[in-house]
Design a binder for this molecule. Structure first.
Ligand code: THU
Length: 159
């Protein structure tokens, strides 16, 4: 028997449709992208998260000559967040990625490993993390939970 899974996402046509705090998060993700360390792929990614206490944490991808030792912008950001603000809920996560010199781009969703890592913190805090992945120009895809990007997800409930 075949079954279907429905995932929900919203397409936000442009920057003007964002709230003020969302605009700030978009701006910070775009700005911090310029500080990526990505000499091997030349693909520069910036991330910004909003915490329930109003703090905004940013990060970028960090590559390594031993390629697998590098880390994506999302995990750099959420690991630092959890290390420094344990127990403080993450409300929103913005990510913007594109080749270094790109002037336009398309929205880039978090990779599979980042989805799994974000899921860990979402499960821990028992509250959805809104994910926004955006183009440089401000076209934005939004999900209310990382679970929409990771159907059939594996979490601690199976252990
Ligand atoms: N990258 C991210 O930072 N986030 C993603 O979700 C996708 C990929 C980085 C990893 C690597 O430094 C570069 O983009 C090319 O894969």
């Amino acid at each position: 028997m075949e079954k279907e899974i429905t995932i929900n996402f919203e397409v936000i046509a442009n920057y003007d449709h964002l709230t003020d705090i969302e605009k700030t998060l978009f701006d910070k993700a775009k700005t911090v992208r310029a500080q990526a360390y990505a000499p091997y792929s030349n693909f520069w990614v910036g991330c910004a998260v909003l915490l329930e206490n109003g703090e905004i944490i940013t990060g970028s991808n960090q590559e390594n000559a031993a390629y697998p030792s590098g880390l994506c912008a999302e995990r750099t950001t959420i690991f630092w967040t959890s290390a420094n603000f344990p127990g403080v809920k993450i409300k929103k996560l913005f990510v913007i990625g594109a080749p270094k010199e790109a002037l336009t781009s398309t929205p880039i969703p978090p990779c599979g490993s980042c989805r799994q890592s974000i899921l860990e913190y979402e499960s821990k805090q028992k509250e959805g993390i809104e994910i926004y992945f955006a183009s440089l120009d401000g076209e934005i895809y939004k999900t209310k939970s990382i679970r929409d990007l990771l159907p059939f997800s594996f979490d601690a409930s199976y252990l």
